[in-house]
Design a protein. Structure first.
Length: 248
């Protein structure tokens, strides 16, 4: 509990989490509102469509998570942390837990906020949360944000430089996975197992969102979440193992 309290204080005494949280909410909720307002009057929105901006929000969350680590490396405060807590794994797990919990909260606000503004703009559309899939479409945003934050913390630990970690995370999550499809013969098969593509399957169930197929993963939504969570935890374990073997 002491480690968690320390990491919480360190995180919330910097400006970047607050700015990233505001940008995340502005992007996700704002895009949902814009899409709902711009949709033709004769077309009815569905629940998955209200989360059209979640990928951009997830990208900002990963920036927040990466900075929580790389900023400490940049200013050398990570050395003080490791001196106070010789077991580096405990300190890094505590940091990850705090960042993931914050990301979960931001994601839930973003998910329900996006759904709420769309319902406010289009009250006659079928946007009620009737089914389990509908609830996953909305409440699942926070869960994906949390595991995306774990991935970003792991990348931050491995790279240790803010610019490099952020560039890698943004390029990979927003572009690289889709470019894998261009690989002759094997591209489509590989893409089905890419982590963020699989995460889309959990959130959307593989259905249409804004007129496009979100995910071609063969997994069910439940297994898709387990796959994404497992990927993030394994990557974090690797990062912690590397951190233990090198100088701070």
């Amino acid at each position: 509990m002491t480690l968690l309290a320390v990491e919480r204080i360190k995180l919330f005494t910097t400006r970047s989490p607050w700015w990233c949280a505001l940008i995340t909410l502005g992007l996700t909720v704002g895009l949902a509102g814009m899409f709902a307002a711009a949709a033709p009057a004769g077309e009815s929105l569905d629940v998955p469509t209200t989360q059209i901006g979640y990928q951009f929000g997830s990208a900002v969350i990963m920036v927040l998570a990466a900075l929580s680590v790389t900023t400490e490396y940049r200013f050398g405060t990570i050395r003080t942390t490791f001196q106070a807590v010789p077991h580096r794994g405990s300190a890094l797990v505590a940091k990850t837990a705090v960042v993931a919990l914050l990301s979960l909260v931001i994601g839930e606000i973003a998910g329900f906020g996006s759904w709420g503004i769309a319902k406010l703009i289009r009250p006659k559309d079928n946007l009620a949360l009737h089914t389990t899939a509908d609830w996953i479409n909305v409440a699942g945003v926070g869960v994906l944000f949390a595991f995306a934050a774990v991935i970003a913390v792991a990348v931050g630990i491995l790279i240790r430089h803010s610019a490099g970690a952020i560039a890698l995370l943004l390029i990979y999550s927003l572009a690289a996975e889709n470019l894998i499809k261009l690989i002759p013969k094997a591209g489509e098969k590989i893409h089905k197992w890419m982590p963020f593509n699989v995460a889309d399957k959990f959130l959307s169930g593989g259905g249409n969102t804004a007129g496009r197929i979100v995910s071609d993963s063969p997994l069910s939504p439940g297994w898709a979440l387990a796959y994404f969570a497992g990927f993030s935890i394994v990557l974090l374990a690797i990062a912690i193992g590397v951190a233990k073997k090198r100088d701070a």
